[in-house]
Design a protein around this ligand. Structure first.
Ligand code: SAH
Length: 348
């Protein structure tokens, strides 16, 4: 356990205004707020004793009343085949959550979780089998980044909200966390290097567009029609494809950035040549990119198509009028690939 992690209120996750309240509660002058913000997010210290420009007596009072990290790093699992590591964290309330660090050429990406478990019941996803346990707080989201950054040999270049949970069902906390990650006086992570992925929660996509956030938006499509989405994603009943597409069109015409569609290739479900042509038809004319994800096995009813089927699907997609990339998930040997995150340990 980190020296400053326990059941006291954690400071990671608080923004400038909230830290100002802490400083005034401690009857400290207002300039301490900025110093505290810098220590927490820029210098990313692990203990109050490292806050060198604070008087001893203040460090002691902070230590008595607060802790720094809301998460405890329990275990790091390294993939044997690829430069991928999975991080298991404990929350102060006892639940556990995972993050994944992936390295590919010059890209070092952290995949972070927004919820413990997930309320959605997408049939192909391992996180769904955990059920929903809780929304993560701002601190629990940001701390995944800070603690993984500490363990990473190279600078992290990208953050993706593609771990456990549905970010847009924890909208306020996810946006506040992204804002903290992006804050220029702290972590200063570029907005365009932060991607938020949603299953397609329409009211939140509309709100996201209205609020003009600059983080990249990704939508998990996993089908080319309302019927094909419904085969595996029951949430499509609540948020049907035509309405979803309208909300996304609105987003792309109001934003400077295209949307990324994720499309999981599942044997016999989403992988036929005909499916590829229908997908191209659905998305032609849209400002988008498509990310094809060959299915990662989770020991259930769904399977990755044979390689020649994947290749044939991709060959058709290459004729699309929008960019298409293939995401061969990293770390599948340690269940760190897309959709494989599920904490198997029992909480105390
Ligand atoms: N709930 C959000 C964030 C999760 S992102 C969303 O749905 O976008 C996780 C991505 O991995 C999603 O695109 C999802 O469709 C995909 N996925 C889930 N299970 C998978 C699996 N077993 N193999 C490959 N991709 C999977």
């Amino acid at each position: 356990m980190n020296s400053e992690t326990n059941s006291k209120q954690a400071l990671i996750g608080l923004n400038q205004t909230e830290l100002e309240c802490i400083c005034s509660h401690l009857q400290e002058p207002s300039f301490r707020t900025e110093q505290l913000f810098t220590w927490l997010y820029k210098s990313s210290v692990n203990s109050f004793h490292e806050m060198r420009n604070f008087p001893n007596e203040l460090r002691q009072r902070l230590h008595e009343q607060y802790c720094i990290h809301p998460l405890e790093l329990i275990r790091v699992t390294g993939s044997t085949t690829e430069s991928t590591r999975k991080f298991l964290f404990g929350l102060q309330t006892g639940e556990m959550v995972e993050s994944v660090l992936m390295r590919e050429k010059n890209r070092v990406t952290i995949c972070i979780s927004s919820q413990v478990g997930c309320v959605l019941d997408c049939l192909f996803c391992a996180t769904a089998s955990m059920g929903f346990q809780k929304n993560l707080s701002v601190g629990e989201i940001v701390d995944q980044f800070l603690q993984v950054r500490r363990e990473s040999q190279s600078a992290i270049t990208n953050i993706v909200f593609m771990g456990m949970g549905e970010p847009f069902l924890n909208y306020d906390k996810v946006i506040a966390a992204a804002d903290l990650l992006n804050n220029e006086n702290g972590i200063k992570f570029g907005a365009q290097r932060i991607t938020i992925s949603t299953v397609g929660i329409i009211p939140k996509i509309i709100r996201y567009t209205d609020e003009k956030h600059r983080y990249k938006l990704a939508v998990s499509l996993n089908g080319f029609s309302q019927e094909s989405r419904l085969k595996t994603m029951s949430i499509a009943r609540k948020y049907p494809l035509p309405e979803l597409m309208n909300a996304i069109d609105d987003y792309t015409s109001n934003s400077r950035h295209p949307v990324t569609f994720e499309y999981v290739l599942m044997e016999g479900i989403t992988d036929s040549i005909d499916d590829a042509y229908k997908l191209i038809k659905l998305l032609s004319g849209k400002r988008c990119k498509v990310n094809i994800i060959p299915y990662n096995e989770i020991g259930g009813d769904y399977h990755r198509p044979p390689e020649k089927v994947i290749k044939a699907f991709i060959a058709v997609m290459k004729s699309a009028p929008f960019p298409v990339t293939i995401r061969w998930s990293k770390g599948t040997d340690i269940s760190a690939g897309c959709g494989q995150l599920a904490v198997l340990e029992k909480t105390p």
